[in-house]
Design a protein around this ligand. Structure first.
Ligand code: HEC
Length: 195
């Protein structure tokens, strides 16, 4: 009898916990005991914002042109669509892929190949005094330390992104949303050379 009561209690507590973290607000950023960000396992199933090819912030010729695929959690995307703002614990992942041109029947243009690394951005005021934190993971990297304010990641995003720290000027489906809610900084569209 006692053990049955116990299992009922376990089940009830389980449901209560599930209710506390609604399914639609997962996944959230996860950290290990050292405070390092843990690589999000399923980011390729998140909402896709856009892809860049060979995007570069300096006019100097670059030897290695890559694709950049940007993803954000679906629950954060939904919140943005309803407010033009990013909720706490929004997380963005750039999946950086090598580019190739001639293979199989392809004669020109470029397609994506191997994963080169992940660039990650998290909005988490409770953990980061400067609200936004940046991380870089090698293709097979599992955890990374935050690169806080003062780092080029933080500074460039702060100085040039059109909505909070995110480059919505390059995400066509979100740009219209941010404009509708008045959270879009038009001036950030001006062609600027980053020194
Ligand atoms: C000189 C400016 C600059 C620097 C430095 C920079 N970024 Fe970005 N970042 C951009 C631009 C422009 C985009 C949007 C275009 C794209 O998809 O690449 C972007 C997009 C992103 C995104 C997708 C979400 C968003 O904010 O739009 C992530 C994640 C990101 N960067 C992480 C990083 C990390 C991590 C670093 C440092 C290792 C970094 N960035 C350094 C300019 C910069």
């Amino acid at each position: 009898m006692k053990s049955m009561l116990c299992s009922v209690l376990v089940v009830v507590t389980g449901f209560a916990l599930l209710a506390a973290v609604p399914e639609e607000k997962a996944p959230r950023p996860q950290y290990d005991q050292k405070g390092q960000l843990i690589r999000p396992a399923d980011y390729r199933e998140w909402m896709f914002l856009s892809a860049g090819y060979g995007m570069n912030y300096s006019p100097a010729p670059d030897s290695h042109e890559m694709f950049t695929n940007v993803f954000v959690q679906r629950w954060a995307y939904n919140a943005f669509v309803n407010s033009g703002k990013w909720p706490e614990q929004s997380m963005f992942v750039i999946d950086e892929r090598d580019a190739a041109s001639r293979s199989s029947i392809n004669q020109k243009g470029h397609y994506q190949t191997d994963l080169m690394g992940l660039a990650i951005e998290v909005k988490d005021s409770a953990r980061n005094p400067d609200k936004w934190a940046y991380y870089f993971l090698a293709a097979d990297g599992q955890t990374a330390d935050a690169m806080p304010k003062g780092n080029p990641c933080w500074s460039c995003h702060d100085a040039h992104a059109a909505v909070e720290h995110t480059f919505v000027q390059f995400y066509p489906t979100l740009k219209v949303v941010a404009k509708k809610f008045g959270t879009y900084n038009e001036a950030r569209e001006q062609v600027t050379e980053v020194k």
